[in-house]
Ligand binder design. Structure first.
Ligand code: NAP
Ligand code: MG
Length: 404
């Protein structure tokens, strides 16, 4: 069989620990035998980041901007313990944070659904994709412990001389105080990413804030989304039969729980933090959660939502025996990225390969062969736990059948 050709390189970002091992297995078994892989490789493994003083991460992010599509393996975000473990020269920042900042993108998290894992919310039939505005608000707030009775004020001094001041509270006793902010430019980028991703995945977009209470703050989010929608995306949405739906966060939550899924839910920073954990837990498994970073100008980076699965990695290193770590989200990062590359370059064969690869994963799961994490969740199927290498080998067999 002739290998499928690519025309533009895909930005490939390697990573750490168990996911690095799985990364290589996926390439060796599921990609390279079938596709003439054209990638621009960046090693974001922690040692290489340390060696290059994290320049490699910035180079990779810029390559994503240049080529438009990247695929990333999970990476370690160093903490004090990793400093000793890897003898690091500095506690490098989270690569995901760096890439997100350079691409100015929004993260979209969506579960991979299978019939035999029932969501906790029984009416959920289709994925719910959460988009989190990962900028500002409480994550960049100043907060203060008010130690005694006194007056708290908030003020602004403009470049033009414009001044504004307001009393926050006359404290009659000790308490707490917080000042937060966001920027029009960041909210606009968030809105563009959300509308673009909705069009790309042909799903309706919901957006929710608390603008009845935070009239100016959340009101600005609402107004910017409405304006961006009307000026740039309304026509396309209507053509595709998609809906942009704004509602209060309380109402959104009630509707989400009663819905059957199948849409994108855009959330402010804190709402997205909390709701994405709720939604992913209710769908069943972190190992089945995918993550896509989409920039306001339509560049994409695909990855698994989970981390490097450290606990499995140490077990594997100690015993030398392959673990039963679930590679699904990492495989879907590759299929998502290859499909997008195929769409952008007009390569029907590559798009078809992405579909068949995902299909082969489902064939394998529905035949009852899966990793240990899923066996515990599976209902109404004769499920058998296998190690990652055996699971991937079975996917390969099914893929060969599909491509024959
Ligand atoms: P994690 O790697 O997501 O793993 C947490 C636990 O979830 C695992 O111990 C495992 O549970 C289960 N799990 C996650 N993915 C799985 C999979 N594919 N198959 C089976 N089980 C899976 O989170 P962590 O242990 O908190 O973090 C490990 C490292 O990853 C950290 O250094 C962190 O900085 C990094 N991280 C990176 C990213 C990223 O690059 N996007 C995201 C998050 C964390 P059991 O042990 O019970 O089997
Ligand atoms: Mg969270």
């Amino acid at each position: 069989m002739e290998k499928i050709k690519m025309t533009t390189p895909l930005v490939e970002m390697d990573g750490d620990e168990m996911t690095r091992i799985i990364w290589k297995m996926i390439k060796d078994e599921l990609l390279e035998p079938f596709v003439d892989l054209k990638t621009e490789y960046y090693d974001l493994g922690l040692m290489e980041r340390d060696k290059t003083k994290d320049q490699i991460t910035k180079d990779a992010a810029n390559a994503c901007r240049k080529y438009g599509v990247g695929v990333k393996c999970a990476t370690i975000t160093p903490n004090a313990q990793r400093m000793t473990e890897y003898n690091l020269t500095e506690m490098w920042k989270s690569p995901n944070g760096t890439i997100r900042a350079i691409m100015d993108g929004t993260v979209f998290r969506a579960p991979i659904l299978v019939d035999f894992i029932k969501p906790v919310v029984k009416n959920w039939k289709k994925p719910i994709t959460i988009a989190r505005h990962a900028y500002g608000d409480i994550y960049k707030a100043v907060d203060y412990r008010v130690p005694e009775k006194g007056q708290a004020k908030i003020s602004f001094k403009g470049e033009s001389g414009e001044e504004w001041e307001s009393v926050v509270y006359d404290f009659e006793c000790p308490g707490v105080l917080q000042g937060l902010y966001n920027k029009d430019s960041s909210i606009e980028s968030f809105a563009h990413s959300c509308f673009k991703y909705a069009i790309n995945t042909k799903q309706s977009l919901w957006f929710s804030t608390k603008d009845t209470i935070c009239k100016k703050y959340d009101g600005q989010f609402k107004a910017i989304f409405q304006q961006v929608y009307e000026e740039h995306y309304k026509e396309e949405f209507e053509k595709l039969g998609l809906e942009y739906f704004y509602t209060l966060i309380d109402d959104a939550i009630a509707r989400v729980i009663r819905s059957e899924g199948g849409y994108i839910w855009a959330c402010k920073n804190y709402d997205g933090d909390v709701m994405s954990d709720m939604v992913s837990t209710a769908f069943g498994s972190l190992a089945m959660m995918t993550s896509v970073l989409c920039s306001p100008d339509g560049k994409f980076e695909y990855e698994a939502a989970h981390g490097t699965v450290t606990r499995h990695y140490y077990k594997y290193k100690e015993t030398g025996e392959m673990t039963s770590t679930n590679p699904m989200a990492t495989i879907f990062a590759w299929s998502g990225a290859l499909r997008k590359r195929g769409e952008m370059d007009g390569l029907a064969d590559l798009q078809n390969f992405a579909d068949q690869l995902e299909g082969a994963c489902f064939d394998t799961l529905y035949s009852g062969i899966m990793t240990k994490d899923l066996v515990g969740l599976a209902e109404g199927i004769d499920a058998k736990a296998v190690t990652t290498d055996k699971f991937i080998a079975e996917i390969r067999k099914n893929l060969e059948k599909r491509l024959a």
